[in-house]
Design a protein around this ligand. Structure first.
Ligand code: CTP
Ligand code: MG
Length: 562
C-alpha cells in the first residue's frame, strides 16, 4: 500500500504532519499531497480501506486473558500455530483483559483456529466457532517461551481522561491547536476500528452457515472518519445474490425456501438473527428487537468490546452515505478535526443527545459542517459539491442501494481535479469561527441545506430544519427536529460565535478558545460557583442545575457527584 502525505504550512498543521509520520500505516487512511511540487496525489478509496479492515478481522482473534502479563505466554503459545503480526491489549469496563491477535494471513489464522477447543462437555453449551476466545491456564508444567516481541498497544481503548484533556487544551498555543488536539485525543483509534470489524466478523461467522452469501459490515461513525472513541457500532447485514450464484446456464438449481407471512420477510429473518444473537453470539447481551420500524433493527450490547450495537438489514444506502462522508473527510485534513469540534460543542450545549428525540443528531450536524466547507468563504471553498462528484462518476462508480436508490458518485478521489477542493488555507480556528458565524446568519426559515448543491436552496416545506439527504434528495434528514430545537440551534450558534470571538486569546483565562465551547454547561456552573467562593452552596445539587435546561448534562453531573 502506498501513501503520500500532505505537506502542510502553518505550525499547528506541522504537528499533525509529525503525528501522521508516527502513526501506523493502517491508521493512515486519508493522506494526500497538497502543494507538493508535482508529486502524484494518492487517496486510498473507501472500498480499499474497508477491504483491508475486513481482511484484517478475518486473520485476527480476540482472546480473554488474566492480565496484561499474559502477553508473553499467549504470544509464545499462538506462535506455535501461526505467525503473529501483532498483539493489542485492552480492558473492558468490567476490568476484564483481552488481547487482539493479528496473524500474518487468513491461511495461518486457520491453523490457529484448528487448535481451538470448546469449554467442556456441557449439555447447556453448544460448540461454536467464533473469533472471541479465552486463554485457559496451563495444566502441568508451564512452557517457557523466549521471544523479544512487545505489545502493539496497552490499554488500547481506554476512555479519554477528560481532566488531562482539558488541562492540555488550556495549555495549547492557538485554537487551531486545541481543535487538532481534541481530534487526536478523542478520534476512534486503530484498535477501536479493529474491534468493530471483529464484532461484525463474529456475527458473520455465526450466520455463514445459514445464509449463502452473507456479509456484516460496520457503517456510520465507526467508519466514516468522524467517529470518536466509544461511539456506537452501526452494522448492516447483507445477503447478496451475485451474478455468479444465479447463472441461467447452470441446470442444478437450489430449492428455495420462501418466507411466507404478512410481515416483510426480512423482519422475520431479523427476528431469527435476534434469537441467534441471544443463543449463539458470545458476548451479545441485552438484545432488543425493533422490527416494526421501516428499517427493522436489532440492538444489542457486546460485552467483550463494550460496544452498543445496532444491526439492520440491507441498508446499503447507510454504507454508501458513510463512504461519501469518509471521502469528503479524506480530501482535506481540516475536515475531520473541525467536524469533531462541532460535534463535541453540540453535545456540550445539549443540542445533541444520545437518545433519539426532537433534536438534531450527529449525522445531520456533520452534513451542516460539510455544507459550510463547500461555501466560498474569504478565499475559496474547502470541499466540492456532491453534484460535481456525481458528474464525474464513471461506470465503475455505479451503485444501486435498496429500493433502487441510485448511489452513484465518483469514488476515486485521485480523479478529482485539484481545483475542486481545498481552495483556501484558513486555519481550523478561522474555520470554526466562520462556521458559527455562517449559521448565525443562515436563513433557516426559507432555506434548506444541501451538500448536493453546495448552496442554500428553497425549502420545499415548512419543517423547521431542512437538511437534504444527499442520496435521496426528496428526504429531509432532520425532519424530526422541532421548532424549539431549531430555535435553540440558532441561538447556540450565535452564542458560540460571540463566545469564540471574545475568547480567542489564551490570556483570557481557563475558558479560552475551544475550552469554553465544549465544557458541559453544568461544569461551567460548578466552576463559577467555586470561583465566586460559593462552594458552600454546593450542598444543594439543585443550585448547580439552575444554569442548565436539559436533562442529559444534569445526569452526567449527577453521576460525577455521586
Ligand atoms: N444515515 C442515513 N440517513 C439518515 C440517518 C443516518 O443514511 N437519515 C446513515 C449515515 O451513514 C449515518 C449512519 O446512518 O452515518 C448512522 O446513523 P447515526 O448512528 O445516527 O449517526 P452516526 O454518523 O453513526 O453518528 P453517532 O456517532 O452519533 O452514532
Ligand atoms: Mg452511529
Amino acid at each position: 500500500m502506498s501513501i503520500i502525505i500532505q505537506t502542510l504550512v502553518n505550525k499547528g498543521k506541522t504537528n499533525l504532519f509529525k503525528k501522521l509520520l508516527n502513526c501506523s500505516q493502517s491508521t493512515c487512511e486519508c493522506l494526500y499531497s497538497r502543494k507538493s511540487s508535482g508529486t502524484a496525489k494518492k487517496f486510498l478509496s473507501f472500498e480499499e480501506v474497508v477491504a483491508q479492515r475486513r481482511a484484517e478481522a478475518r486473520r485476527s482473534i480476540v482472546v480473554q486473558v488474566n492480565s496484561e502479563a499474559s502477553f508473553s505466554e499467549l504470544y509464545g503459545y499462538c506462535s506455535k500455530y501461526a505467525t503473529v503480526n501483532g498483539i493489542h491489549h485492552y480492558k473492558n469496563t468490567g476490568g476484564e483483559h483481552f488481547m487482539l491477535i493479528e496473524f500474518s494471513s487468513e491461511e495461518s489464522s486457520k491453523a490457529a483456529f484448528q487448535s481451538c477447543t470448546t469449554h467442556q462437555k456441557d449439555l447447556d453449551i453448544m460448540a461454536l466457532n467464533s473469533p472471541f476466545l479465552w486463554f485457559r491456564a496451563a495444566t502441568g508444567k508451564k512452557e517457557i517461551y523466549k521471544h523479544s516481541a512487545t505489545l502493539a498497544s496497552v490499554n488500547g481503548i481506554e476512555p479519554v481522561n477528560e481532566d488531562s484533556l482539558f488541562k492540555d487544551l488550556i495549555n495549547c498555543e492557538t485554537v487551531s491547536d486545541q481543535i487538532q488536539l481534541l481530534y487526536d485525543r478523542t478520534m476512534l483509534n486503530d484498535l477501536g476500528a479493529r474491534l468493530r470489524y471483529m464484532v461484525a466478523r463474529q456475527i458473520e461467522c455465526v450466520l455463514e452457515s445459514l445464509y449463502a452469501n452473507i456479509a456484516v459490515r460496520p457503517f456510520g461513525s465507526s467508519i466514516n472518519g468522524f467517529g470518536k472513541m466509544g461511539c456506537d457500532l452501526d452494522l448492516v447485514l447483507t445477503n447478496t445474490v451475485t451474478d455468479e450464484m444465479c447463472q441461467p446456464g447452470r441446470r442444478l438449481v437450489y430449492q428455495d425456501k420462501r418466507a411466507e407471512g404478512g410481515r416483510a420477510p426480512w423482519a422475520r429473518h431479523m427476528q431469527c438473527v435476534a434469537e441467534l444473537l441471544e443463543l449463539r453470539v458470545a458476548g451479545a447481551r441485552r438484545v432488543q428487537r425493533i422490527l416494526n420500524a421501516r428499517v427493522p433493527i436489532v440492538k444489542f450490547a457486546h460485552h467483550y468490546t463494550d460496544l452498543e450495537c445496532d444491526l439492520c438489514y440491507n441498508n446499503m444506502s447507510g454504507v454508501y452515505m458513510s463512504e461519501l462522508l469518509w471521502q469528503l473527510g479524506s480530501l482535506d485534513p481540516r475536515v475531520r478535526p473541525l467536524t469533531v469540534a462541532v460535534r463535541r460543542w453540540a453535545a456540550a450545549t445539549g443540542l445533541t443527545n444520545p437518545h433519539p428525540g426532537r433534536w438534531i443528531t450527529n449525522f445531520p450536524l456533520t452534513l451542516m459542517v460539510l455544507f459550510f466547507l463547500q461555501q466560498k468563504t474569504t478565499d475559496g471553498f474547502v470541499l466540492p459539491t456532491m453534484k460535481s462528484l456525481v458528474r464525474r462518476a464513471g461506470k465503475e462508480d455505479v451503485r444501486v442501494a435498496e429500493e433502487n436508490l441510485n448511489c452513484t458518485f465518483l469514488r476515486d478521489m485521485n480523479k478529482l481535479p485539484r481545483e475542486c477542493y481545498a481552495q483556501n488555507e484558513a486555519s481550523l480556528q478561522t474555520l470554526l469561527l466562520q462556521f458559527f458565524e455562517y449559521y448565525a446568519q443562515f436563513d433557516f426559515q426559507e432555506k434548506a441545506i444541501s451538500i448536493n448543491e453546495g448552496a442554500p436552496i428553497r425549502k420545499p416545506n415548512a419543517q423547521p430544519l431542512y437538511i437534504v439527504n444527499p442520496l435521496e434528495q426528496a428526504l429531509n434528514v432532520s425532519r424530526n427536529v422541532s421548532f424549539e430545537e431549531c430555535e435553540r440551534l440558532k441561538s447556540e450558534v450565535r452564542n458560540a460565535a460571540w463566545q469564540l470571538d471574545a475568547g480567542l486569546d489564551r490570556q483570557k483565562g481557563d475558558d479560552w478558545g475551544l475550552v469554553g465551547l465544549i465544557e458541559q454547561k453544568t461544569t461551567r456552573g460548578l466552576k463559577k460557583l467555586l470561583r465566586a467562593g460559593n462552594s458552600h452552596r454546593l450542598v444543594s445539587v439543585k443550585d448547580l442545575f439552575n444554569e442548565t435546561d436539559d436533562s442529559e448534562p444534569r445526569n452526567n453531573l449527577r453521576s460525577k457527584l455521586e
